[in-house]
Design a protein around this ligand. Structure first.
Ligand SMILES: Cc1cc2nc3c(=O)[nH]c(=O)nc-3n(C[C@H](O)[C@H](O)[C@H](O)COP(=O)(O)O)c2cc1C
Length: 339
């Protein structure tokens, strides 16, 4: 065996480990839709249709963003393992593929580590009044420009009316409510509790809220109570997601190329880890973009021009309590790697 062949085999042995770390990537509803398909000389990165969301992700934008976060996280994980890989985009919806990973000449350098990947997590709880320093937001805007996107910084107070309207739309949509319930893990005795979905801990629900959610989202109760003020009640219960000061960041991109959404997902990972290294937490809120009644107002708020459209909406700030003491959202053990 030549030295190169031996290195290649060595790196192939490390790939499942690299993929398991990559599975810590942020992804919509914690569905973990990615799928690694090992070929003779490369790895295809695709998705499994059974993990693609329906009404909650009507254009599959979040699916493509999530595949981008996965690719970027995988490349960071590979770089730390000393396994040189490069990503070749090749989006094909019919083949459920976003691109391929190839062996590269030299390992990538990255400012991010596996420890950043493992420490990062979403924050959906209340925010401290402390503000994110403007130079950090400026750094995020520079990183976005380098990747061909734009980050607009909007004060939360200006975005709040849109957030509230979007929550109202979200909770009033029977298909979205059913999908949310299907991916919510409220009971530690559920087998899926330790595999995927959104758990009560990271949704920052107390016991009463957990019970209320289970009851109110049950299809019959939801149908009966929806015309009687349930949607308004659920919107009010989500107030920690809409209250407080600080900044909302919106990534804007031009055109409608789905492959660009995968690239935007890669950027999301870099920005999220950049913030995480500075103790700043992130809460994406996709429904402001998906809601037909808020997306145009959001674009206007961001000063969108020349065909720009919002791709990602996330609040940044400092949590009022320590997120690191809460068990993270889990991942499926197979880590998405299919032989
Ligand atoms: C493209 C994308 C969209 C997301 N949208 C939302 C959202 O609308 N609301 C929310 O609370 N979290 C959202 N998230 C966060 C995910 O739910 C979170 O990443 C996932 O549950 C895994 O948890 P972790 O990030 O703590 O590992 C989004 C994440 C991504 C990558």
């Amino acid at each position: 065996m030549t030295a190169t062949e031996s290195e290649e085999r060595g790196s192939q042995r490390e790939l499942p480990e690299i993929a398991a770390i990559a599975a810590r990537a942020a992804n919509a509803h914690n569905t973990q839709p990615w799928d690694l398909r090992y070929r003779a000389d490369h790895i295809e990165v695709g998705w499994r249709t059974e993990y693609a969301l329906g009404p909650s992700d009507p254009s599959h934008r979040d699916l493509r963003l999530s595949l981008g976060t996965y690719v970027e996280t995988l490349l960071i994980s590979a770089a730390e393992a000393g396994v040189p890989l490069e990503f070749e985009p090749d989006y094909d919806a019919g083949a459920t593929r976003v691109g391929r990973l190839w062996p590269a000449g030299t390992p990538r350098t990255t400012p991010f580590t596996v420890s950043d990947i493992e420490g990062r997590r979403v924050w959906r709880g209340p925010w401290s009044p402390r503000q994110v320093d403007l130079p950090l937001i400026g750094a995020a805007q520079r990183a976005a420009r380098e990747a061909g996107f734009r980050v607009a910084a909007v004060p939360t107070a200006s975005a709040r009316p849109l957030l509230v309207r979007a929550y109202h739309w979200f909770f009033g949509h029977a298909g979205i409510a059913a999908e949310l319930l299907a991916w919510t893990r409220l009971n530690p005795r559920q087998p899926e509790y330790r595999q995927d979905g959104l758990n009560d801990v990271m949704l920052v629900l107390n016991r009463a809220e957990r019970t209320a959610m289970r009851v109110l989202f049950a299809p019959l109760v939801y149908r009966l109570l929806r015309p009687l003020g349930l949607v308004r009640l659920l919107t009010v219960l989500s107030s920690s997601a809409t209250s407080g000061d600080g900044w909302v960041l919106v990534i804007l991109g031009k055109g409608s190329d789905p492959a660009r959404e995968v690239e935007a997902g890669r950027l999301v990972t870099r920005l999220w880890l950049q913030f995480f290294q500075q103790g700043v937490y992130v809460h994406p809120q996709s429904h402001v973009i998906d809601c037909p009644g808020t997306v145009d107002d959001l674009a206007e708020l961001c000063g969108a021009e020349d065909g720009e459209r919002p791709l990602v909406f996330f609040r940044v700030g400092f949590p009022a309590t320590d997120p690191a003491v809460r068990p993270r959202h889990p991942r499926r053990e197979e880590a998405g790697a299919q032989a």
